[in-house]
Design a protein around this ligand. Sequence first.
Ligand code: BG6
Length: 521
Amino acid sequence: MKRIDKPVLLVVFGASGDLSKRKLIPALYHLAYQNLLPPNFTVIGFARTHYTDEQFRALALEGVREFGSAPLDETIWHWFSQGLFYQTGNYDDLASFKALAECVATLDKQRHTAGNHVYYLATPPSVFHEITTLIHEAGLCAPNPRPESPSAAHCRVVIEKPFGQDLASAQKLNEHLLSLFSEEQIYRIDHYLGKETVQNILVFRFGNGIFEPIWNRNYIDHIQITVAETLGIGDRGGYYDKAGAIRDMVQNHMMQLLSFTAMEPPVVFDPKAVRDQKVNVLRAIRPLKPEEVERSVVRAQYGPGVSDGKEVPGYTSEKGVPADSTTDTYVAWKLEIDSWRWKGVPFYLRTGKALAAKVTEVNIVFRKPPLMLFETMNGDKVPPSNVLTLRIQPDEGIRLSFDAKRPGPSVIIERVAMDFSYREQFGSQPSADAYERLLLDAIAGDTTLFIRRDEVELAWYHVTRVLEGWEAQEQKARKQDKKELVLPKYAAGTWGPKEADELLARDGRYWRNPTSLRLLR
Ligand code: BG6
């Protein structure tokens, strides 16, 4: 990471909340610890809760102590905390924003931040509209000269997820934002793009010469992307019940993993070239017809069970969840990408809460050899031997499996693997928190790892088709009074519903469940 020389003032809306305390402040402090923040770096926390600057600094210190990854160094903390300020205000009140504008102007002078501003919306999406409108009305963010010039003052707006609830609401939010700011000023965040191992997909694919030639339909049988979590929804019932796994994980994080895995090489590594190629993947996904949704997408909800050694209540017994909720906590989706590279190669995506393991990985399953020469391999029934596993988290690494002859007089084949483990290779796990990288990029003005307007809308386009298909299924089931037909259940602590296994079994394939393979020590 390169140190940024241009001083910057960051305003965090929702600064008294969880995201700010757990993620943003600890990430900023860690950047300070690594000497990566610009000189005079200044933060104004803005929220409804009343705090003084000192109280906000104390809250920030708690966050750094509890959630930070860097040791607390007195000198660095002193430097960092002297740049923390707080402004109490309401998100729908112009007077509060005018007061904020005064505070910004004063600090700009005092701390020589030269009008370079980043506004971070770490708030619930219900107030995105008001906050951005008032940022504009209070004159806090003038349009940037296009393209952003290195010497002029800049203003950027960082928007947290969820970005909309469906295609129409995402389009509406985009139109609103674009009536106030230019696309170059809007940084739509997906924290998966800040993960080292997600970025490493691109380095692995395009920094090496030997994988690209086989990264296509001629060599690859299918691709599986798994984002499994062991926890249930905890106390996020109010939010989660309106979102479900498809909005919470698939529309954003999984679509990003899919894009990185399937995209064409960009001609250069710059924001436009990279994002153009990601968008092309989303454009090439074959749109599902309503009647295809039932066959291609499985949704399910967890029932009671034991996950990761802990008792998990059934989803509908969680706090804030209606007893008759039909929200999905699990989704498995078979999708096809109609491009020269991928035609005929299915992508199987799955994600769920309260599953058997916490693991995110991409499995590239290569085709079998055209002839199975070795009898002991039990003919065609043997599963494909060559699988490339990109382990995003935990135990970050990459593994290639293949078959080898066990030493001895007869031909006994054993499945073996070549491993690359971040921990073994670099002596530690990839440590930088995803937010560190993304905050730094937003401060530096690099949009490569942020989501562009067309990207977020295309992802919603496909997800909305699924949502509409589900709605049609529900209406049909309601008429027949058969709710369980549309919403299979799985016990917490398992790998999900049998319907998801059937989704692959119909194609003669099966899910690769990471724990059973004992991947990556
Ligand atoms: C968030 C979702 O975006 O990502 C959460 O809202 C989910 O429900 C989380 O648990 C997963 O992130 P990570 O980095 O732990 O894989």
